[in-house]
Design a protein around this ligand. Sequence first.
Ligand code: GDP
Ligand code: GDP
Length: 437
Amino acid sequence: MARPVIAIVGRPNVGKSTIFNRVIGDRLAIVEDKPGVTRDRIYGTGEWNGKSFSIVDTGGIEIDGEDEIMKSVRMQAELAVEEADVIIFMVDAKTGLTLADEEVAQMLFRSRKPVVVAVNKVDNQGRMEDIYEFFGLGFGSPIGISGSHGTGIGDLLDEAVAKLPELEDDGYDEDVIRVALIGRPNVGKSSLVNALLGEERVIVSEVAGTTRDAIDTPFEKDGQRYVLIDTAGMRKRGKVYESTEKYSVMRSLKAIERADVVLILINAEEGIIEQDKHIAGYAHEAGRASVFVINKWDVVDKDDKTMQNFTQNVRDHFLFMSYAPIVFLSALTKSRLHKLLPVINHVSEQHALRIQTHLLNDVISDAVAINPPPTDKGRRLRINYVTQVAVRPPTIVIFVNAPEIMHFSYERYLENKIRAAFNFEGTPVRLFTRRKS
Ligand code: GDP
Ligand code: GDP
């Protein structure tokens, strides 16, 4: 099920990334222990009043060769209008209302999307009156906030989250595997969809209803039903900003949110680029199962070491996703294509794997016996009990005497032991440490 999207729009320097970081704050703190996951923080996830959402800082989207502020702001706004369910329109109490603000307001107004005006840099109560001029933008009561002090952000999120649509069920049965194909333009997403559908014994149920953000194609093979969520289809609509590389990230995020299994396509000819890492990082953070698909394998000059070297290259670039299997194939010639669906089936199973509590606790006891938990000022972490609380992705809670003593490195050690015992191939595993004596 897709998470709704909140976009932050506004001129440069009004404080968008400051607020963005505050909203996703905790989540990133986890991520920062794992280098390379989200260096470019233009997207993230947040949760407020029990609702989770994706949040996009549109200011993080650079437009190639464009440095005129107005053009870039206009572009951002257009993006937000297209992609967001709710827009946070950020303005600056210090500079007051500007022409650029008014122009953005008009675009947002025409879109009829819900808009909340956040007046940032209201650093003290004396400044509260600065927000009144922003009533004139026509989006109701502006909310005064301060990114520096963290004030008003709860009120802002109350408003924004209240305007989010209820999550819609996408209508597919539980046993349908939803597969997203993501990757840069020209990596071969459409070709791979066609190759899969062109295979013998594939039954394409219908040319599916076009959703807002991707083309869905349901099909069935060997009794297993799938839906391919193809982000490539959207590009063909041709909008101004569609040429910008960063834009395809936005599109990918929506597909990832709706998927069970994410195929991260990499062009064997061109190798791995930074953007591939961002997208993979998002699939990881969103808790989806992932498979690296190295496409265009037909054009690579190969000897007996080539596949091994490429595998190492993928592992080096995606350190945090060592769990994801790698499939080499050619969508064009269909060579090795038959390997893909079995891998998809396998990671999908692993994603939904549930381990019995007593088995988990046996593994953890052994792990603790070999390598005792960390201590802090003479106090030792004691693990009392471990249990899996969710699947898709497997989510495991570790009950301990004092969670503050838990180390990231020890958590990773436990994760490695859990993986050594139960595999969980292709899926992230989430560990949470909670107090319970
Ligand atoms: P963006 O370009 O819209 O993403 O803006 P940034 O988040 O990068 O912030 C621009 C500048 O405004 C930075 O120097 C921030 O430290 C500063 N800033 C952000 N929020 C506040 C605030 O609430 N009060 C004040 N005084 N400065 C702020
Ligand atoms: P998309 O933008 O990711 O959907 O990429 P397309 O499926 O449109 O493919 C882009 C180009 O790469 C097309 O010219 C394809 O024919 C070509 N292509 C796709 N897969 C392969 C492959 O496995 N090998 C080779 N040699 N070319 C491919």
